[in-house]
Design a protein around this ligand. Sequence first.
Ligand code: GTR
Length: 432
Amino acid sequence: MLKRFQSILLAVFTVPMIHSSAVSQVTGPSYQSWTANPELVAQLSNKQPDFNYDEAKVPSFELPNPLKLVSGEIVTDAQSWNQTRRPELMELFRQHVYGRRPDTKYAFSAEQLSQTEMFDGAALGCQMKATITIDDRSFSFPFVVFIPTKIESPVPAVVFINNRSFVSIEDAATYDSFYPVKDIIDRGYATASFFTSDADPDRADGYADGIRGFFADGQPPSDDAWRSLSAWGFTASRILDHLQTIPQINATKVAIAGHSRGGKASLWAAAEDQRFAIAYSNHSGCGGAALSRRAFGETVGRITSAFPHWFCPSFASYAGRENDLPVDQHELFALLAPRGVYVSSADEDLWADPKGEYLSLVDSAPVFSLLGKHAIGEDLVNDVSLRSYVKPPPLNRPQIVGQTGYHIGSGGHGLTHVDWRHFLDFADGLLK
Ligand code: GTR
């Protein structure tokens, strides 16, 4: 007992996320874990009675152990994780959540259409055209690359999955907090971006017009074939292929970032492509950072009916029976280990389940530990009896432990320059 208490105290110093009367003297009065505003909970519960916003009504559940093989055996070393459990988990996510990418051979090329000096010469903006070729057929989409010119290269980079619009070189000259190119450049990073719908249209009936329909050469998708989130991640990987050819960029230090559906895509992109050094998810919620089993805010049933093109049909079949899912989203974070992961939530975005996003990150810690890396929650989640101590950090106070970082910001659903700042602070720690 004493030993356990000592380990709790230790965790308070290294991981400031415990909130209980037993430890409040240690954490001090200013340490107040985030909890949802009860007035907002009441308001949303009234407005959307079919969805749960009440922490007390979260169903009880047991998360699958990321280290437990389908055979029941527990993985206890890095080699078995890399060679057996990780591939097994990838397959489970492909089969039941995001779908499987095609193994068709293709060629990729990127053509520079124009080059513009930007921000008083602090960056070079490149307007690009990507082309994927299979036999005599081809599919193209536009993307942009911005490279800092006034700092010593090679520099790290961020690939941003933009789910809102295509940001051209001209657009990027005007400050936009959703994709603040100048801020990213000023922080010493190159950045590249594409618009999701240019690669795979973000509509239920967009299949034939996107990269998935192109790969299938008109054939309908099989049940376990990739869906849009995976297609957007694949697109981000092709942009990384291009960044690898740019001498001013250090392609071993490339992060992938996205907001909401872009955040879901970003996490799965980094699971599929281990060249990404960091994955950043902002407010990705259900099917992204948040645990499905909590069924808090947006649920598997709602997301798969509103956005049937994002996930393979198997995921929809777990609506209302999330406990039967062979995976949960903490295992998506586990697939990113031992690389960097940054997650942000928003105080008013309860639809995306901030607490579920945080717990999901925390519950991946055993895999980071197994791989010899530090991560948020490492002292707590290995002991189930300590799990109830796990609480998100206070509002607007980023928490960074080793390979993982998290903040919950003020405000609602959106990506702001403050989110970017916290994320880049985290990235600096791992990439610079
Ligand atoms: C919401 C949706 C979320 C999230 C978001 C977005 O309406 O329910 O899953 O992806 O849209 O992408 O902005």
